[in-house]
Each structure stands twice: as C-alpha cells, then as structure tokens.
Design a protein around this ligand. Structure first.
Ligand SMILES: NC(=O)c1ccc[n+]([C@@H]2O[C@H](COP(=O)([O-])OP(=O)(O)OC[C@H]3O[C@@H](n4cnc5c(N)ncnc54)[C@H](O)[C@@H]3O)[C@@H](O)[C@H]2O)c1
Length: 219
C-alpha cells in the first residue's frame, strides 16, 4: 500500500481494502456510480467518514450523482498495488495455519500465501490448500524475496522465528500468536490477538451498552 506517497491517514488506509472489495463488486455488476449512503450501508462506515476518506484521494462526490466507480477503482488498484500480487509465507501449519492455507485470501486477490513452513516432520512435504509445506530449517534458503509472513506458531517459538524472518529480509509480520515480538524499527508487525479482541467486545457490551442513536455515531 503506497501510503507514504499519497499521505493517507492510517485509519483511512485500513478502510481502503474494504472499500475496494465493495466497489469491485459494484463494478462487476456494471454500476457506474455509487452514493456515499449506499457505500455506507454496505461497508458499515458512516457516510461522513467515507466522504472524508475519499476527499484524501481527490474523489469528490457530486450531490445527486455520487462517486464514479471506475475512478475510485483505478485509484484503489494503484494505491493497494492490486495489479501486483504480494507473495506471503506462513510459518506454523497447525490448526490456525491450516485454516489460513485453505482460505488463502482468495477474496483479496493481491495477496497469496505461496509457501509454508513447519517443524513437524509429518507435515513437511505435504500440501495444504495447494501450498507446499517446507521444513523450518530451510526457511532462509527457501524464502526467496518474499517480504511478508504470517506467524501461526506456538507463542514460545514466535520470537525465535521472528528473528530469523527479519534476518532473512522480511519487512512485515502478521502475528497471530499471543507473544509480543520485538523487531527492528524498520520491520512492521501487526498483532492479531483474537482472545483480547473477544475480551474487549465482552467488556464493551457490559460497560458501554449501545442505544440506537449512539450506534449510528459509532459507525
Ligand atoms: N487455533 C486458534 O483458533 C487460535 C486462535 C488465536 C490465536 N492462536 C494462536 O496461533 C498460534 C497457533 O495456534 P494453533 O492452534 O494453530 O497451534 P497448533 O499447535 O495447532 O499449530 C502450531 C504449529 O506450529 C508448528 N511449530 C511449532 N514450533 C515451530 C517452529 N519452531 N517452527 C515452525 N513451526 C513450528 C507446529 O508443528 C504446529 O504445526 C498459537 O500461538 C495460538 O496461541 C490460535
């Protein structure tokens, strides 16, 4: 995602793939334009936020006309590098890793898990979701120029694997383990901790119950 060049705030950048997916569907259906209300209903982001987001990339919707689908799509394609597939490696082919390999992000056709690694001899040499599983000992040799990795190993193994990934030239790690891993400042780590997210949801439901008006504002 070329955020640096276009100076899009990170919160906006995070919503781009969501917008992109929906607009792509509209385009496939032959729709030429879309209103911020329609977009808002579909992606569950309030229309003021959508208008502000879109203003960052020079898409100014006209009243009574909406946004030009073609223009937005071509912008998103460029910004999200949709024309280029990002190759991804997955480390740890257990319960979660297997699910990701089978899913393989087919809805987001600009990322593809190309190679997987595991320490378990029984898994090495097999194919899961069409992706070959290599031995973790061969990580440095087999990674090639892949720069993004998904980490689904036990948390005890996470830091050691992250160190090796960094040495091998990885620049982004999507960390599903509960371990908070340390990496040099030029490497980006996104933590996805499902247990924490779930706990936060339960906490919010209990302490900040939403009424309908607030729900509108929260969107
Ligand atoms: N399963 C879930 O629903 C879930 C949900 C949220 C988070 N997580 C987290 O994701 C991670 C994986 O969970 P899981 O349930 O898939 O575990 P799992 O035990 O099923 O799978 C872990 C895999 O990592 C491999 N492995 C172990 N050490 C390794 C190493 N040094 N190098 C390479 N591979 C190694 C194992 O052989 C195994 O295949 C854990 O950290 C877990 O806490 C899991």
């Amino acid at each position: 995602m070329d955020i640096e060049q276009t100076k899009i705030p990170q919160a906006t950048a995070k919503r781009l793939p969501l917008y992109y997916r929906f607009l792509n569907n509209l385009h496939t259906q032959g729709k030429l334009r879309v209103s911020s209300k329609e977009l808002s209903d579909a992606v569950k982001v309030d229309s003021a936020t959508i208008r502000r987001d879109f203003s960052y990339f020079g898409a100014l919707g006209k009243k009574g006309y909406g946004y030009n689908v073609e223009y937005l799509l071509s912008f998103f394609r460029k910004t999200l590098d949709q024309d280029e597939t990002t190759r991804v490696a997955l480390i740890g082919v257990g319960n979660l890793g297997t699910a990701f390999l089978n899913y393989n992000f087919t809805k987001n056709n600009n990322t593809k898990i190309e190679i997987a690694f595991d320490a378990n001899e029984e898994r090495v040499g097999s194919e899961v979701g069409g992706v070959g599983v290599e031995h973790i000992d061969d990580l440095e040799e087999k990674l090639g120029d892949i720069s993004v990795a998904i980490l689904t190993v036990p948390s005890s193994a996470a830091q050691g694997i992250a160190d090796r990934l960094v040495k091998a030239g990885i620049s982004g790690i999507l960390n599903f383990t509960p371990a908070r891993i340390s990496v040099p400042s030029n490497v980006r780590v996104h933590h996805i901790d499902l247990a924490i997210e779930l706990q936060a949801l339960v906490y919010f439901l209990k302490h900040y119950p939403l009424n309908e008006e607030e729900a509108e504002e929260e969107q």
